[in-house]
Design a protein around this ligand. Structure first.
Ligand code: 5AD
Ligand code: SF4
Length: 451
């Protein structure tokens, strides 16, 4: 057992979903509160947190190659970094990581990372520690206050999933559905706004399953929470992600027509267009019930931009069943979407189902699906040409005087500042959408509204 000096610098590398990005930010804040500084660009850090994702691919293998690279760089520099593995791979394969990678001194699951400082103190003493407990929501109370943050911030309101889609590891790595308490969320939202947020995205693996008791003791759902957060002064926009079709209630649909601050955007994964495949996935909806649901959102908010997730090559998916997915895409006209090749995850029911699809077939289906989705994304962007909309300025563009932000429909919009306007990060400006690309829009600035 060798003791070492306490780390002066850290780096958190996050992979995967927005929830992991949020967790990564919180871990960085936690380390900063210990007096550890972020490592400068291009510099090796004394402490590296690999915040891993387990949802697809050989994520675990990626962890080992990262560890190998860090150890090699450490040898070259004559100083080994302390390595922590966090996130969903840590949760799922913590013990294996400890056994296989002696360079790792901490393994910490997504529900336990508030204990990182204690683990770090032990690691400095040369002790290795694993913490993959799943205490209900305890971590949030133990995390430091948010300080300065970007104009578009995340707020985790719900974690875990009870849906058990047959391909998915989330119910195993993130545990059962848990909603954070209402009062904590309202307080954290206010603090985020005080720290510079203008837009908050409410995060959850199954965010629409959020429920809680409001300050009058009434049970409310996500729509009720959104209604109350819309009252927070200085908050301009609210979004939420990710939802399951089974949890979308009338109130949430109505909220899209009633709350100005709730952006006209819905990410609603469908995964496949064939009812047989959906059943095998344990999705609890059909293609038709999904399309009907979208119609109700469109009735409440006609300009709503739709987004989805897709898996191609689920075990047993035939060519005709894949064609059902393409037909569903045609019927919806998504503004954007994410599509993936099915990846068997250890411990999930689908991993051992018969009819696993050959990689070349998956590649070919993914290409066809993505061609359709890209076509629709460009069509959506072209459809917004000529509209005047608000853009939340998030960062500087490549060239001087250029800014990048997001439209209400989550399109990236870049625009050039006009002399005398002086836009700044965090402003909500008004712009005309004048040029449409596949992945972004060009805006012409009309007006800068004071931040
Ligand atoms: N293989 C491929 N894609 C998956 N997803 C979840 N599990 C798998 C898997 N085993 C996709 C789903 C989900 C998104 C977050 O990741 O589309 O909605
Ligand atoms: Fe995974 Fe399905 Fe839960 Fe989404 S709803 S996290 S895909 S089990």
């Amino acid at each position: 057992m060798t003791t070492r000096t306490a780390p002066q610098t850290y780096r958190v590398k996050s992979f995967g979903c927005q929830m992991n990005v949020y967790d990564g930010e919180r871990m960085a804040e936690l380390l900063a509160a210990q007096g550890i500084a972020p490592a400068a660009e291009g510099e090796e850090a004394d402490l590296v947190v690999l915040n891993t994702c387990h949802i697809r691919e050989k994520a675990a293998e990626k962890v080992y190659s990262d560890i190998g690279r860090l150890t090699k760089a450490g040898r070259a520099a004559g100083k080994q970094p302390l390595i922590a593995v966090a996130g969903c791979v840590a949760q799922a394969e913590g013990e294996e990581i400890m056994a296989r990678a002696p360079a790792v001194s901490m393994v910490v699951g997504p529900q336990a990372y508030h204990r990182l400082p204690e683990m770090l103190a032990r690691a400095v003493e040369g002790e290795r520690a694993t913490d993959t407990d799943m205490p209900a929501i305890a971590k949030f109370a133990a995390l430091p206050e948010r300080r300065r943050i970007a104009p578009a911030a995340f707020l985790t309101v719900q974690e875990g999933c009870d849906k058990f889609c047959t391909y998915c590891v989330v119910p195993y790595t993130r545990g059962a559905e848990i909603s954070r308490p209402y009062a904590d969320l309202v307080t954290e939202a206010r603090k985020l706004v005080d720290a510079g947020a203008r837009e908050i995205t409410l995060l959850g693996q199954n965010v629409s399953a959020w429920s809680g008791a409001n300050d009058r003791g009434h049970r409310i759902g996500l729509a009720g929470l959104i209604r109350d957060l819309a009252e927070v002064d200085g908050l301009a926009r609210i979004r939420y992600t990710t939802s399951h079709p089974a949890d979308m209630d009338d109130d949430l649909i109505a909220a899209h027509g009633e709350i100005d601050k709730l952006m006209p955007f819905l990410h609603l994964p469908v995964q496949a267009g064939s009812d047989r495949v959906l059943r095998a996935m344990n999705r609890s909806h059909t293609a038709e019930s999904y399309l009907n649901l979208l119609d109700r959102f469109r009735a409440a908010r006609p300009d709503i931009a739709l987004s989805g997730d897709f898996i191609v090559g689920f075990p047993g998916e035939s060519e005709a069943e894949f064609a059902d997915t393409l037909a569903l895409v045609d019927a919806v006209g998504y503004a954007q979407a994410f599509s993936f090749k099915y990846s068997p995850r250890p411990g999930t029911p689908a991993a051992t189902m018969p009819g696993q699809i050959a990689p070349e077939v998956m590649d070919e289906r993914l290409q066809r699906l993505q061609a359709a989705l890209n076509r629709d994304q460009l069509a959506f962007n072209r459809n917004t040409l000529g509209r005047t909309c608000e853009v939340l300025v998030e960062r500087k563009g490549k060239h001087p005087g250029q800014w990048l932000g997001k439209s209400p429909w989550l399109q990236s919009v870049w625009f050039a500042d006009e002399p005398g306007h002086g836009a700044a990060i965090g402003d909500v400006v008004t712009a005309d959408l004048v040029e449409a690309g596949p992945n972004s829009m060009r805006g012409a600035l009309r007006q800068v509204r004071a931040a």
